[in-house]
Design a protein around this ligand. Structure first.
Ligand SMILES: [Zn+2]
Length: 399
C-alpha cells in the first residue's frame, strides 16, 4: 500500500496546491524524503512540505539525529557565543514579568541551553523534553528535570503538573502534525499560562544574505507566518496575546528572520478562522531563488569541472550542500569525497560519496589534485581560510 501524501499540518485537509519541488541529497538510508513539494493547503492556505514520508519517519530521524547533541553546530545548546547571545535575549523576553516560582517547560529543549539560562536567573521549576536521549542526559547533568519524549507522544514520563510557561522555540517548523503537537503542549498549560512559539518567519524569507532556497530545508517542513500561528490557535483553542518579528544573529551578512508569538487559552471560542496568504510570498521567494541560482558566477566554474571531470571534494554536508548536490551541476561532477567537521556525519555516505573529517579530506584532495568546492551557507570564509593555510595549492570554488 502506498502511503498517502502528507495532509495540512494545521487543518488536516488532504488537498494542496503545489508551489515548488525541492530535492535534497540525503544520507544513504535517511528516513527523511529526498524529494518534497512545497505546497499550500487548498482549504486554509498554510504552506508546508509534502511527501509520502510519515510522522514515524521524522520521529525516527530525530531520535537518531546527532546534530542537536553536538556542540559544534547545534542550535539550542548554548555552546557557541552566537547561541548564548540568542538564548540570553530570548530569556530576557520570556522572563519579563514572570515570577521566579513559575513552572516552565521547554519542549525540544536540545541540550537545555534555554533552561540553564532560566536557572542562572533564579528560576527553579524547570522541565525539559527532547527526543534525543543524549540531549536529555545533558539537561539532567545540568541539574534540570528532563525526559525523552516528543510532542507526538501522549504520555510524558515527567511530573504531571501544569505549566505557566511552555516554550516551543524552533520546534514547530520541524513537526509532522502541528495541530496535534500544539494540542499536546496545550494540555500542560495552566488556565492563565502562556505558550511561547518561535519559528522562522516565512513572510520574510529572502535571498539577500542567504543562498537561494536556503529556507527550504529537509528538517523544516512547515512555513509559518503570524496568520498561520493565528490559524493554528483557532484550531487548538488558543489566541494570540502578543507577537513580534525578530532577527537572529547567525553570523551572516543578513539576520535570520523569526517570529515570536505568545498565546493563551481562548476565553471563548473564536467565531471565524483567520486567512493565511503566505503562498504568494513563498512563490515570490521561489522565483527570486531560481533567478539568483541561474545567475551565480560559480556556475561557469562548475560547468568546467563537469566538462573535465576534475576530481572534486565538497566541504559542507549541511542543508546547503545537500541542496547543491541534488539540484546543481555538482550532481554531475566527479565527486571523490565530502568534508564535514560534524563527527555525526563522518563515515556516512551522501549520494555514494563518503563524508570525511577535515584532515583526511584535505589529504585526499592534495593527493588527487582535487578542486575544493566550499558549500557552506553562512560564514564560508573561515573554511576558505583554513584551506588556504593548509593547502594553498588547491583550487577553491565557493558555492
Ligand atoms: Zn489547511
Amino acid at each position: 500500500m502506498t502511503a498517502s501524501l502528507r495532509g495540512c499540518p494545521v487543518c488536516s485537509h488532504t488537498e494542496a496546491n503545489d508551489i515548488w519541488n525541492q530535492k535534497y541529497c540525503l544520507d544513504e538510508g535517511s528516513p527523511l524524503p529526498g524529494n518534497t513539494t512545497i505546497a499550500s493547503c487548498s482549504a486554509c492556505g498554510f504552506v508546508f512540505a509534502r511527501s509520502h514520508a510519515r510522522a514515524s519517519d521524522y520521529r525516527k530521524y530525530y531520535a537518531e539525529a546527532t546534530k542537536y547533541e553536538s556542540s559544534l553546530n547545534a542550535s539550542g545548546s548554548g555552546d557557541t557565543i552566537l547561541d548564548q547571545k540568542r538564548i540570553a535575549s530570548l530569556v530576557d523576553e520570556l522572563t519579563d514579568g514572570v515570577p521566579k516560582d513559575q513552572a516552565i517547560l521547554d519542549i525540544g529543549a536540545a541540550k537545555g541551553g534555554v533552561l540553564v539560562e532560566f536557572k542562572r536567573r533564579g528560576y527553579t521549576n524547570l522541565y525539559g523534553i527532547d527526543p534525543s536521549p543524549a540531549c536529555v542526559e545533558a539537561i539532567r547533568a545540568r541539574g534540570i528535570e528532563a525526559c525523552v519524549a516528543t510532542l507526538e507522544d501522549s504520555e510524558w514520563d515527567l511530573d504531571p503538573r501544569v505549566c505557566d510557561l511552555i516554550i516551543l522555540s524552533h520546534v514547530l517548523e520541524h513537526v509532522y502534525d502541528m495541530r496535534e503537537c500544539t494540542k499536546a503542549a496545550t494540555k500542560r498549560l495552566s488556565a492563565t499560562g502562556k505558550l511561547y512559539i518561535e519559528v522562522p518567519d516565512a513572510s520574510q524569507y529572502s535571498v539577500d544574505g542567504f543562498p537561494p532556497f536556503y529556507f527550504f530545508d529537509p528538517e523544516h517542513i512547515n512555513h509559518c507566518d503570524l496568520d498561520a500561528i493565528k490559524m493554528l490557535g483557532f484550531h487548538t483553542g488558543l489566541s494570540v496575546i502578543k507577537s513580534h518579528q525578530k532577527y537572529l544573529d547567525v553570523g551572516a551578512t543578513s539576520s535570520y528572520p523569526a517570529l515570536g508569538v505568545w498565546l493563551g487559552l481562548q476565553k471563548e471560542p473564536a467565531d471565524q478562522s483567520p486567512s493565511i496568504r503566505t503562498a504568494d510570498k513563498i512563490r515570490t521567494y521561489v522565483h527570486q531563488s531560481s533567478e539568483v541560482s541561474t545567475k551565480m558566477p560559480y556556475n561557469k566554474f562548475l560547468r568546467d569541472l563537469v566538462h573535465h571531470q576534475t576530481p572534486v571534494i565538497i566541504w559542507g554536508a549541511g542543508s546547503h550542500g545537500r541542496r547543491m548536490l541534488a539540484n546543481s551541476l555538482l550532481a554531475q561532477a566527479n565527486l571523490i569525497g565530502i568534508i564535514d567537521n560534524d563527527a555525526g556525519k563522518q563515515g556516512k555516505t551522501i549520494g555514494n560519496v563518503m563524508v570525511y573529517p577535515d584532515q583526511a579530506g584535505m589529504r585526499m584532495a592534495m593527493e588527487q589534485g582535487a578542486t575544493m568546492v566550499v558549500a557552506i551557507a553562512l560564514n564560508a570564509a573561515t573554511v576558505v581560510d583554513q584551506i588556504r593555510r593548509s593547502a594553498p595549492q588547491l583550487e577553491i570554488i565557493i558555492v
